[in-house]
Ligand binder design. Structure first.
Ligand SMILES: *[C@@H]1O[C@H](CO)[C@@H](O)[C@H](O)[C@H]1NC(C)=O
Ligand SMILES: *[C@@H]1O[C@H](CO)[C@@H](O)[C@H](O)[C@H]1NC(C)=O
Ligand SMILES: *[C@@H]1O[C@H](CO)[C@@H](O)[C@H](O)[C@H]1NC(C)=O
Length: 329
C-alpha cells in the first residue's frame, strides 16, 4: 500500500509535468555593442523588398547618406521584407535583388534587425529565419520575437502577424503558419514572455518593434487585436515607442494619456495610397503618404527622431528628453 508521502510525490510530479512542459523558453536575448558612451543611432525602414522598384533604390541611396552622417550602429526593419510572397527558399534570388544589391552604401553594412510581415508569411518563413541567409549576407538578422540590448536602449521585437484575425478568417492567400500553431497557445506564451521581459527591463529607453500598426490613420488603420493585447502591456511597463510598418507611410502619433509614441516607418518602396483616416483616439503629429525612412539617435538623456523623403529631405523631426519627462510627472 502506498504511503501518503508517496501520493504527495506523485502529485508533485504530475504538477511539474503539467506546468513545466507547455512553457516556452524565454525570449532570446542578443547584444549590440553601443558607442563608448552607451548611445545608439539607427535607421528604421519597412515594407521595402521590391528589387529596387517603386523608389526602393532611391530610398536606399538616401539611407546611405543619412546613415553616414549619423554614424549609425544598425538598421531596424519593421517587416514585409520581400514582396509579394516572402522568400521561396534560402536560395531565392530575391534576397540578393531586394536586399544585398540594394542597400550597398558603406554606412548600411551593419546588422539589420528584422521582424516578419504578413507578406513574409505568404512565403517560406523558415527560410527568412535561416542562419544560411546570414552566410550569404552577414547583416541579415531576422527572428520572430526577440530582445536586443543596445546600450541605453532595449528593443523588444514582436511577431505581430499571428495576432491578426483576418489572415486566418479570410485566407484567399497562403500563410506559412509552421512554428506558430496552435495559435492560441503560441500567442498566450508570446504575450506572457513579452510582458515578463518588459517588467524586468531597466533600460532607459524601451522600444517595441512589430510589423503591424497599433495606431494608424493610413490604409490599414488601427489593428484591434494589438490595441487589445499590446497597449495595456506597453503602457503598464512605460514603453517609450512602438515602431511598425505595414501602412506604407511615415507617421508620428502620440498617445493622449502618457508617453507612448506610435511611429510608422513602412515607406521603403511602394507608397502613395492617398487614403487617410481620422484619428479617434490619439494625437497625429505627422503623416506623410510617400516613400522614406526614419532615423533615431538615443543617449541616456535624450532622443532625436527624424523622417526623410526620397530626396533625403528631413521632413519632420522632434526630440524627447528623459529629464523633462520625469520632472513633469
Ligand atoms: C518616386 O518618388 C517621387 C518623388 O517623391 C514621386 O513623385 C514618384 O511618384 C515616386 N515613384 C513611385 C513609383 O512611387
Ligand atoms: C475571426 O476569427 C476569430 C478567431 O480566430 C474570431 O474571434 C473573429 O470573430 C473572426 N472574425 C470574423 C470577422 O469572422
Ligand atoms: C534636437 O537635438 C538635436 C541634436 O542634439 C539638435 O541639433 C536640435 O536642435 C534639437 N532640436 C530641438 C527642436 O530641440
Amino acid at each position: 500500500m502506498a504511503s501518503p508521502s508517496s501520493h504527495l510525490h506523485l502529485a508533485a510530479i504530475i504538477l511539474c509535468i503539467y506546468f513545466v512542459v507547455p512553457i516556452f523558453a524565454e525570449l532570446q536575448r542578443f547584444q549590440h555593442q553601443p558607442k563608448h558612451d552607451g548611445s545608439v543611432s539607427y535607421l528604421v525602414i519597412g515594407d521595402w523588398g521590391r528589387k529596387g522598384r517603386y523608389n526602393q533604390s532611391r530610398v536606399a541611396t538616401q539611407m546611405g547618406k543619412v546613415g553616414e552622417k549619423l554614424d549609425i550602429d544598425f538598421v531596424v526593419s519593421t517587416g514585409d521584407n520581400f514582396y509579394t510572397n516572402g522568400l521561396k527558399g534560402v536560395n531565392d534570388p530575391a534576397f540578393l535583388k531586394s536586399f544585398s544589391k540594394i542597400y550597398t552604401a558603406k554606412s548600411l553594412q551593419k546588422k539589420w534587425y528584422t521582424v516578419l510581415g504578413n507578406h513574409d508569411y505568404r512565403g517560406n518563413v523558415p527560410a527568412q529565419l535561416s542562419p544560411l541567409l546570414r552566410k550569404i549576407d552577414n547583416r541579415w538578422f531576422c527572428q520572430r520575437s526577440f530582445i536586443l540590448n543596445a546600450g541605453v536602449a532595449e528593443f523588444f521585437f514582436i511577431d505581430t502577424t499571428p495576432f491578426i484575425n483576418d489572415y486566418y478568417n479570410f485566407s484567399e492567400h497562403f500563410y506559412d503558419w509552421r512554428g506558430v500553431s496552435p495559435r492560441k497557445f503560441y500567442l498566450n506564451n508570446l504575450l506572457k514572455e513579452f510582458e515578463s521581459a518588459l517588467m524586468k527591463s531597466n533600460a532607459i529607453w524601451k522600444i517595441v518593434v512589430g510589423h503591424h500598426a497599433i495606431r494608424s490613420i493610413g490604409h490599414h488603420g488601427d489593428s484591434p487585436e494589438l490595441v487589445k493585447y499590446l497597449i495595456p502591456i506597453l503602457k503598464a511597463n512605460h514603453v517609450d515607442v512602438y515602431m511598425n510598418g505595414h501602412d506604407h507611410c511615415l507617421q508620428h502619433i502620440s498617445s493622449i494619456d502618457g508617453q507612448l509614441l506610435y511611429l510608422t516607418s513602412g515607406a521603403g518602396s511602394k507608397a502613395w495610397r492617398g487614403d487617410i483616416k481620422e484619428s479617434q483616439f490619439d494625437v497625429v503629429k505627422f503623416f506623410y503618404d510617400g516613400q522614406g525612412f526614419m532615423s533615431v539617435q538615443m543617449t541616456d538623456i535624450d532622443a532625436n527622431f527624424a523622417f526623410y523623403d526620397v530626396f533625403g529631405e528631413n521632413i519632420h523631426h522632434w526630440n524627447l528628453s528623459k529629464y523633462s519627462m520625469h520632472s513633469s510627472v
